[in-house]
Ligand binder design. Structure first.
Ligand code: FAD
Length: 290
């Protein structure tokens, strides 16, 4: 088995306690030599400072290659460009470029800032114009809820890639057949950047169900059944979560997938175990391929 490339996603901490948890997680996962790690940007740009601080600290205190998520929401082009330039100045070389959602949350009709980047494709082009950043974008194996049909959805991905995106990272999903069907659509459209599956190890089934509801991801009945009755049994839940995620990633590898993006929720345990099963070791040196 070839060892896959992995990347890890974190969110910026809100408190000192959460900050300590994040850095303990980073320290445990960093020796696995992820291809990159990314730090999210709060809905409506609410974590601008915290995202910046977290990514900057990663540049200064670790050997990781951090990617900063950035959205177009609620800011002018000049404001967004200033953030982009600020990232380059502190040594960040990778941005995850997103349209984002209104501060009221997903489901609220999106309105671009009149003087802002109007779409994520425009943002990708804007970033590339400022400096030669590596740029990742989003992809949706179950379609983005705002897209009217598959053609519109895939056209949108094509626009982002045409604007210079280097890879797409998917929303989480649990049915690998959906990912296969999505890759076929993408290939048929002639899009040739890597489509990296976003994998969410399930720490809390209730939380994942809530996120799935907001972002249009489906939860298979078998998954419901596997976590049924475990809300107050964290030990069993953890074992089930590890088994479920391992089953998903090994099946994806059988389908030819050679890279994974793990949504860590700032917790190391499940992701570390999965990476271990995938053959990653602290001393493993993973080639920095795209
Ligand atoms: P896009 O991919 O640009 O567009 C979403 C959909 O809108 C498209 O599928 C398309 O159908 C439609 N659309 C857009 N433009 C057009 C157009 N011109 N014409 C027709 N249809 C159009 N959110 C955050 O707030 N912070 C984060 O850090 C964050 N990180 C994420 C990371 C990943 C890997 C993923 C998958 C999502 C992330 N999100 C994040 C969520 C994301 O912001 C939401 O899903 C948001 O609703 C869409 O942003 P996007 O960049 O994916 O949109």
């Amino acid at each position: 088995m070839t060892t896959p490339l992995v990347s890890f996603e974190f969110f910026p901490p809100k408190s000192d306690a959460m900050e300590a948890t994040l850095w303990a997680t980073v320290q445990r996962l960093a020796p696995l030599s992820p291809r990159f790690v990314s730090v999210t940007y709060g809905a409506g740009g609410t974590t601008r400072e915290r995202t910046h601080r977290t990514v900057k600290r990663m540049v200064e205190e670790t050997t990781l290659s951090p990617a900063a998520h950035l959205t177009c929401v609620g800011a002018t082009r000049d404001e967004v460009n200033e953030v982009i330039g600020g990232y380059w100045d502190v040594g960040v070389r990778h941005i995850v470029a997103l349209r984002g959602d209104m501060p009221e949350g997903p489901g609220t009709s999106y309105r671009a800032h009149p003087e802002g980047y109007q779409t994520s494709a425009e943002l990708v082009a804007g970033i590339k114009k400022i400096a030669p950043f590596e740029v990742s974008v989003s992809a949706y194996p179950e379609r983005h809820p705002d897209s009217a049909n598959w053609d519109e959805d895939i056209d949108n991905l094509a626009r982002k890639v045409d604007a210079g995106a280097d890879r797409a990272i998917t929303q989480f999903f649990f049915d690998n057949a959906l990912f296969d069907a999505y890759r076929e659509r993408v290939a048929k459209r002639g899009i040739d950047v890597p489509i990296v599956p976003g994998i969410v190890p399930i720490h809390s089934f209730a939380q994942v169900r809530r996120f799935a509801g907001m972002c249009g991801a489906s939860i298979p009945a078998t998954l419901e059944q596997r976590f049924e009755g475990l809300d107050d049994d964290p030990d069993t839940r953890r074992l089930v979560a590890a088994a479920v995620a391992a089953e998903q990633v090994f099946d994806l590898m059988k389908r030819g997938v050679d890279r994974f993006h793990f949504y860590t929720m700032n917790r190391d345990e499940l992701v570390f175990a999965l990476c271990h099963m995938l053959g990653l070791r602290a001393e493993t040196h993973v080639a920095a391929a795209a």
